[in-house]
Design a protein around this ligand. Structure first.
Ligand code: CMC
Length: 375
């Protein structure tokens, strides 16, 4: 058996045309289009089209996708009934995972596994994710969910569904850029989970349910929630340096730092740092940004680690008014585009994903009858 690599570090597990990630150069592209160009010029909808089709859309194709996304935002009424049965203490990520799984039951065409049917599912799931997340946010707080907007962008609708107010153009655009930056990231843990499930030819709902479970952990998407909790715990800029040095001296992990692939700055963090700063300045509350800068410099000095996508997105979402528990579900509201693109790619050229484990347990263990095993 070849050498075992814990955590599959640097193991190339599949071919993919979707996302190219160069950890040495800090370069990230979707179908060859640089993430910086997408962040500066594109929209979430256009990026989703690129991920699903492999090319940037024409204006007509983009208009059509926008219209399809808007038209599919509403949940089946009984999905809301199902959510009402859950204890209000249920975490938003758990509700999201459960809801996506349940959506399979409302797909009358579930047995249709054609590429076109799966593309339509990708569009529907992407349209519905913000509705699920925000509906639960209202329900768990004893309020009735809002009806999603019949128009406006994915980003504007997401913000509207939280507050009931249409965001201004600046805020909607900033949210849109955050969604672009989170849309896909090669074979990260949740995407791998989605592809493993799709590789058994299980349906798209099962694949995305797997992905959401993987995203929820604090070493992956769950890190952004932990970042803002750390910032709130520190509370003041001038306490940040000592807090972090002490935490590192005690071998604690600082959430939002380090990456399995990047050995340089995460290109997404470059944008999110600037966005956190700018939003803080607009809101005349730069405390979280300043605290983040101190932490970033400290972690770099002591451990040589860079901030990842989850570090500055935490203060950015906080300033946008999202409750902390929604940080990871919001990540999912973007990553659904990448997950579904990978599931479509997996189905298109499928082979069961089934690695091996190097056995290190006991051997030749005798079977002892139960009445001879002692007390
Ligand atoms: N804080 C302190 N030390 C760290 C950190 C951190 N955030 N990350 C890695 N290290 C240290 C780790 O203790 C180890 O040190 P030593 O060799 O002295 O024992 C060394 O760096 C290597 O760590 P590792 O766990 O073997 O590295 P990995 O490639 O397995 O882990 C990681 C990658 C992202 C899980 C890890 O860096 C981490 O736990 N970061 C914090 C959680 C986080 O921010 N996750 C988000 C990841 S990026 C976006 C996403 O996926 O959502």
């Amino acid at each position: 058996m070849p050498t075992t690599i814990d955590g599959l570090e640097d193991i190339v597990a599949t071919h993919s045309s979707i996302c190219d990630l160069d950890g040495k150069l800090g370069k990230l592209t979707y179908f060859g289009v640089d993430i910086h160009d997408l962040a500066n010029h594109s929209s979430f909808e256009e990026t989703a089209y690129l991920l699903w089709h492999g090319v940037l859309p024409t204006q007509k194709q983009l208009d059509e996708l926008r219209q399809q996304l808007c038209a599919n935002r509403q949940l089946p009424a009984r999905m809301l009934d199902l959510m009402r049965l859950l204890p209000t203490t249920t975490s938003p990520m758990d509700v999201l995972r459960t809801s996506i799984s349940a959506l399979a039951a409302f797909d009358a065409d579930l047995q249709n596994k054609s590429a076109e049917a799966n593309l339509q599912r990708a569009i529907r799931l992407t349209a519905m994710l913000p509705t699920i997340v925000m509906s639960w946010e209202h329900l768990r707080n004893g309020r009735e969910p809002l009806v999603p907007l019949p128009d406006h962008s994915h980003a504007a609708n997401l913000l509207y569904m939280l507050s009931g107010k249409l965001p201004d153009d600046y805020t909607a655009h900033a949210m849109d850029v955050a969604l672009i930056l989170h849309a896909d990231h090669e074979l990260n843990a949740s995407t791998f989970a989605a592809r493993v499930t799709a590789g058994t030819l299980a349906d798209m709902y099962a694949s995305i349910t797997s992905a959401i479970g993987a995203l929820s952990g604090p070493l992956h998407g769950g890190a952004n929630e932990q970042v803002i909790r750390t910032l709130l715990k520190i509370g003041e800029v001038d306490k940040a340096d000592a807090y972090i040095r002490n935490a590192l001296a005690n071998k604690q992990r600082i959430m939002g730092f380090g990456h399995r692939v990047y050995r340089t700055e995460d290109p997404r963090a470059t944008h999110l740092r600037a966005m956190s700063k700018e939003l803080g300045e607009r809101q005349k509350d730069t405390r979280w940004y300043e605290m983040s800068r101190v932490i970033e410099q400290c972690v770099k000095e002591v451990k040589g680690l860079n901030a990842n996508v989850d570090f500055y997105s935490a203060s950015f979402y906080y300033l946008l008014g999202f409750p902390i528990e929604l940080d990871t579900p919001i990540f999912a509201c973007s990553r659904i585009s990448g997950w579904t693109a990978h599931v479509l790619e997996q189905y298109a050229n499928n082979r069961l994903i089934r690695p091996r484990a190097e056995y290190i347990g006991p051997k030749e263990t005798p079977y002892v009858p139960i009445n001879q095993r002692g007390a």
